[in-house]
Design a protein around this ligand. Structure first.
Ligand code: PEP
Ligand code: MG
Length: 315
């Protein structure tokens, strides 16, 4: 089994009826960019740039960031990379950014909220990304967008920065990981080129269950029908506005999760490097027609246990 996966990992993932699903990687450094290509990744669907800011005394400069992004782009050799702007706050604290203690950090200044209140850090990062974008196919993605106003502000800043340095436009998208973003998906989709569903955070916010909680985390399953219905709403809204939807949370790399997400209309799955071969192999096992049927049945399930049972029943 493993041998077949290894040999086949460089071929695209086509369902038995010929629908292609892009399988890309979640990475956090240049070594992983190389490893992603070696493992059959068709690019990077999520660069977690917060890792560039960790374990150092101060923020990386614009030059340092350009160098790092350029090295990743080079390692990908023409394959696309989605660079997510700094996603700190919540469980990700960075000492030198002197982030104030919050009573509820997961409901606090996370992701794009932090960047909009620390605009210099945001502008420096955007300048670096736009400069590096001359080297290869780069997309920009904003995390934790909850409201149209935040997105409008982030897009305005990005456009300003881009014009300042005379860079070309790049495809720009957002993570869908907050329930309000799902409910406002039509309006958000009118403003961007793509969505990527962050099923880890979306699950924790939909269920109001801490994704790291020692007791609750096992219930915080991305295959909960409540989460799947949110994803379904997101894809339908995106289709109505003619933009594409990917997913980059944990269930994208789960074989049953990958099948159901593709059946719901997600066209790009960004997964951890060790999951790439298995996800591609899984997608080749069934037709898209079967995936759609399975997704329909999953949406109608009463709980995550029933969804997991559908997988075991070989629906
Ligand atoms: C997610 O929330 O699903 C996600 C991919 O982002 P992160 O795990 O980095 O919060
Ligand atoms: Mg997230």
């Amino acid at each position: 089994q493993r041998e077949i996966e290894k040999r086949d990992c460089y071929r695209p993932a086509l369902t038995t009826d010929g629908v292609r699903i892009e399988v890309v990687a979640n990475i956090s450094d240049t070594g992983e960019a190389r490893a992603a290509v070696d493992a059959g990744g068709e690019g990077v669907g999520l660069l977690r740039t917060e890792f560039l800011f960790l374990n150092r005394p101060d923020a990386p400069s614009e030059e340092e960031q350009v160098e790092i992004y350029a090295a990743m782009i080079e390692a990908l050799n023409g394959l696309p990379i989605i660079v997510r702007t700094l996603d700190v706050g919540g469980d990700k604290a960075i000492p030198y950014l002197r982030m104030p203690a919050e009573e509820n950090p997961f409901l606090g200044e996370r992701g794009i909220r932090f960047c909009l209140s620390h605009e210099e850090i945001f502008r420096t990062q955007l300048r670096a990304i736009y400069r590096a974008s001359a080297r290869g196919p780069v997309r920009i993605m904003f995390p934790m967008v909850a409201m149209t106003g935040e997105l409008d502000r982030a897009l305005a800043i990005a456009t300003e920065v881009r014009r300042e340095i005379g860079a070309k436009e790049v495809e720009t998208g957002i993570m869908i990981e907050v329930p309000s973003a799902v409910m406002m998906a039509r309006e958000l989709a009118q403003r961007v080129d793509f969505f990527s569903i962050g099923t880890n955070d979306l699950t924790q916010y939909v269920l109001a269950m801490d994704r790291m909680h020692p007791v609750l985390a096992r219930h915080a399953d991305g295959l909960q029908p409540a989460v799947l219905r949110m994803i379904d709403l997101t894809v339908k809204a995106a289709r109505a506005e003619e933009i594409w939807v990917g997913a980059c949370g944990g269930i994208a790399g789960d074989p049953l999760g990958a099948t159901i997400l593709s059946g719901l209309g997600v066209v790009e799955l960004s997964v951890s490097i060790p999951s790439i071969a298995a996800v591609k192999a899984q997608l080749r096992r069934q037709s898209m027609a079967e995936n759609r049927k399975l997704a329909e049945r999953a949406l109608a399930c009463p709980d995550a246990g029933a969804v997991r049972a559908l997988g075991r029943g070989g629906a």
